[in-house]
Each structure stands twice: as C-alpha cells, then as structure tokens.
Design a protein around this ligand. Structure first.
Ligand code: NAD
Length: 260
C-alpha cells in the first residue's frame, strides 16, 4: 500500500519524470515535483496533477546542478510531508559531440545533473528512510548505463556511474527494507525526442511513423517507443511491497536494445 507515502521525483515537470509522478500520485503518494522552466507552466502542471489524483502535490524548482539545491529539494519535501519515503532520480540532460571536441563545461554540467545530483539527494534522504526502516530509491539510468554509443561520452559515463551508485546504495541498505534500483529505458517518446523524429522523417522523405521506425529501429529491435507511463508503471511496482527483495539491479525497458 503506497497511499500516504511521500516522494521526491526529480525532473518531473516533463516526460518520463511526469509519467512517474503521475503513476505514484495515482496510488495516493504525495509528490514533490521538480524541474526547470517557466514558473506559470510548472505551477499549471502541479495543479493538474493535484486536481486529477486528489493528493498533495508540491513543486520545488531546485537547480540540481548545484549540490546545495539538491539537499534543499529533499529538505523542502520533508518540511511539506514529514518524510521522504520514495526518491526517484530522473532529471537528466544530454549533449552530443566526439570526445576530443566535447566542451569541458558540458561534461561538468552533465555529470552534475545526471550523476552527482543523485548522490546528493540520496545522501540527504537516507537518514529519514533509515529511521523509518523503509525506503525506495529509483535511479533513471538508460540503456546507455549498460552499453555505449558514439558521441555521448558524458551521458554514457554519467549513466554507467549511476548504475554503480545504485549497487553501492543497495548493498549498504540491504537489511533495512530500503531498496535501490536503476531503470534503464531505451527510446521513450518525450518532448525531448520529438524534434529528432521530425528531423529523421524529413531526412528520409517519409511520414512521422517512418521517422520513428528509422530512428528507433537503429538500436531498438521492437521498432517502437516506450511511453512515459510505461516507465511510471514499473517505478510504481518497484515501490510496492511485492518488490521488497528487488534491489541493486538494473531493469531494462528497451525493446531488446541490450539483448543484442
Ligand atoms: P525531458 O527533457 O522531457 O525531462 C527532463 C526533466 O529534467 C525536465 O523536467 C527538466 O526541467 C529537468 N531538468 C533538467 N535539468 C535540470 C536541472 N539542472 N535541475 C532540475 N531539473 C532539471 O527528458 P526525458 O526524456 O523525460 O528524460 C528523463 C530521464 O530519462 C533523463 O535522465 C534521461 O537521461 C532518461 N532517459 C530518457 C530516454 C528517452 O528516450 N527519452 C531514454 C533513456 C533514459
């Protein structure tokens, strides 16, 4: 029973994070949303979620590239809800370039948002979880946490690092009913990838569906995207009592990408 628990979901004002926040709210979980962007749009998203699921939904637009704001996010959730039972480290960014041309500041930014933020959020949330002897930590890694692609050095390094962090946190807390796992999605249809579909469709002179098959089919044998809700459903399962013994592992949702 997740009703009455409380969660922090980073990067949850869009895409996969919003899908996860919705799945948890649908189970009666109180959610602290987080993300960057236009304040009015973020507040609209918060209000919609709260109205639809009739649970307490708050918003903290902390910039997770800064360690102090990562801790602030957890502190704000504890202040609002009394505890943080569930942490989903989902915020992530990408930049594409060959290693020798990779801008140093992009490397630093990607490592801080995709990897270091998870460390800071976990270390701030763990004492409360340990006190309550219950916790669920879910890190949204990627197929790129398990295998590599060219031109994505910072992203691939950060996601492999996130998988390593997942294992350590799981081992350190294995006896305390606190689990830590990484979900490794392949292609998921989010606002982030729509321009890539359009660009591919144009390049091959086909429809948007042709663009999806060409783009996704390169790596993902199923030839189709996952939806944010698919990842949300898995995250909600990992929070359930039935998942108490699933810890320190990676769960791929990648249409066969990493089976090859
Ligand atoms: P998205 O761009 O739709 O959402 C990213 C979210 O992170 C947004 O809410 C944004 O505001 C937030 N964010 C970015 N920088 C931030 C910062 N400094 N501080 C706070 N919030 C910040 O992306 P998405 O496609 O939903 O991706 C979500 C996660 O899933 C990422 O970690 C990504 O690497 C991972 N992922 C995505 C795919 C995919 O195909 N979309 C595949 C595998 C893994």
């Amino acid at each position: 029973m997740l009703k009455g628990k409380s969660a922090v979901v980073t990067g949850s004002t869009s895409g996969i994070g919003l899908g996860i926040a919705s799945s948890l709210a649908a189970q009666g979980v109180r959610v602290m949303l987080n993300g960057l962007g236009d304040a009015a749009a973020l507040e609209r998203t918060r209000g919609e979620l709260e109205g639809r699921y009739k649970v307490d939904v708050r918003l903290c637009p902390a910039d997770l590239s800064k360690p102090s704001e990562c801790s602030l996010l957890v502190d704000e959730a504890i202040k609002a809800f009394g505890s943080v039972d569930i942490v989903v480290n989902n915020a992530g960014i990408q930049f594409v370039s060959a290693v020798e041309a990779f801008p140093v500041e992009k490397w630093e930014q990607i490592l801080s948002v995709n990897l270091s933020s998870a460390f800071h959020i976990i270390r701030t949330a763990l004492p409360g979880m340990k006190k309550n002897r219950w916790g669920r930590i879910i890190n949204i890694a990627s197929a790129h946490g398990l295998v590599a692609s060219v031109n994505k050095a910072a992203y691939v390094a950060s996601k492999h690092g996130l998988v390593g962090l997942t294992k350590v946190v799981a081992l350190e807390n294995a006896e305390g009913h606190i689990t830590c796992n990484a979900i490794c999605p392949g292609w998921v249809r989010t606002p982030l990838v729509e321009p890539q579909i359009e660009a591919r469709a144009k390049a091959i002179g086909g429809t948007l569906d042709d663009g999806v098959r060409s783009l996704v089919g390169e790596k993902q044998p199923s030839m189709r995207f996952s939806a944010p809700e698919d990842i949300g459903a898995l995250a909600a399962f990992l929070c359930s009592d039935a998942a108490h013994n699933i810890t320190g592992t990676t769960l791929s949702v990648d249409g066969g990408w990493t089976a090859q």
